[in-house]
Design a protein around this ligand. Sequence first.
Ligand code: HXC
Length: 518
Amino acid sequence: MDLNGKNYKAFLERQEAIKKQYSAKRAEKQHLKGKLTAHERINLLFDPGTFEEIDAFVTPAASPVEFGKVEKSYGDGVIVGHGKVNGRLVFAYAQDFTIMGGSLGIVHAKKIAKIQEMALKMGSPIIGLIDSGGARIQEGVASLSGYASIFHNIIQSSGIIPQISVIMGPAAGGAVYSPALTDFVFMVNHTSYMFVTGPNVVKEVLNEDVTFDELGGAEIHARKSGVAHMIYDDEENTILALKKFLAYLPSNNVENPPVVPDDGSVPEINEKLREIVPDDPNKAYDVKEVISNIVDRNSFFEISELFAPNLVTGFARLKGKTIGIVANQPKVLAGVIDIDSATKGARFIRFCDAFNIPILTLEDVPGFLPGVDQEHGGIIRHGAKMLFAYSEATVPKITVILRKAYGGAFIVMNSKNLGGDFNFAWPTAEIAVMGPDGAVAVLYRKELAESPDPVALKNELVKKYRDKLANPFIADESGYIDEVSDPAITRKKIISAFTALSNKWVKVPARKHGNMPL
Ligand code: HXC
């Protein structure tokens, strides 16, 4: 090759121009806002030296009419490419807010669409690092069509490759639907926000004053709307957590999740598990303590920790293999199932099922949350989602009933007839149509009303109900559960049950798709 030739010189000039484009001044703009640049984010995400950028030299399309200016930049405000994360192939795009606010023009959109299609063909996860003012105003309908193709690609890849969005700046307007369609959304506290209409529109239309953070900050989306699954205080920690998280997932729906070495420090027979559930059935405890005494040491990665905390969901490992955990949390609202926890659980179960992740259910649930708000809010429709998701899932499914398993809630939490593969119960389990107080009130209303000492009679009947009906033995004797077992051997039992289920194969009848109650 002629190193003094015209083309080689032009090649070097282009390289130089790109270096100049990403000047220290641009970086400083981001840093002053507490944000990293798109390149810094990519460097943090990928294993050193593995990221290969493509389409770095594309230039933006011209605006169809003279309105505002289109910055003549290389790359059109987004970096796309592939590399290794924890040694595995991952595709990613990172929007560059310093170029026209990371806004999405048609060229920018085509770059993202190209990388999405590659990720799908290669069967590798795709990560979107989002920092954008949304559709590029100057390009009009072309940028809207760009978003539409991105959405379409996400939907085509759904359930085939894991798709993760990390919000690291604005995500406004219809643009929020790109992350919303992906499997998991990470956000950074105080520097990222998501909303369909921003504070100015809220003020104009409703005359309400609200800040960016109050309307669509990370905390709000993690706690209230449930849009964000994971939030962290800064970008470095967000990306580190994302890398840790990726290690639980397979690259695609025909692979199994990666297996990591287990240090063996959690004993298979663990007497601590006998002490966590209190003797008093009305006393709360932390189900996460049960989880940490069953799974590999420090392997629990919680999903949607702040949203509907009455149901705990997350990934963990058993002997180095990924499992998904769904557990009622007696510490919050006594672990009842309500609208938010039902949708949270259903979505998590469906992800596990799509990506070959066996599900462990830990059950202690007094029932569905009663009340006008819940009924009018559609607990019937939302609760049905959880039933649907459990029943539809064909991955190995094990339930351990720790304590309460009453009524419809018993059925919902992966009961045997809903398709549970192994259903165990601790001796502390209470399995019945309803709790003792409710049952006594329904069956003995007249006797209680006529009794000279209704309190003593009620206590006597509640005791009788607990002894005769609200225990695990009737279910055990009639095969509605598989075994009542000692809490201390739970880890051993679950490992052995999942091993027995490792070749589970279920023939699903041909159909276009089921009709989940949405
Ligand atoms: C073109 C944009 C832009 C956009 C920002 N910029 N958004 N350019 N199209 N959508 C440019 C600004 O003109 C500015 O250019 C630079 O990016 C930085 O923006 P600032 O406003 O100075 O930054 P900041 O103060 O941090 O405010 C960020 C912001 C604000 C809150 C995101 O820019 C904003 O409100 N943008 C519009 C958000 C929006 O409503 N987008 C459309 C959503 S609807 P200069 O040259 O001055 O540096 C949508 C439809 C999708 O996306 C449909 C999908 C179905």
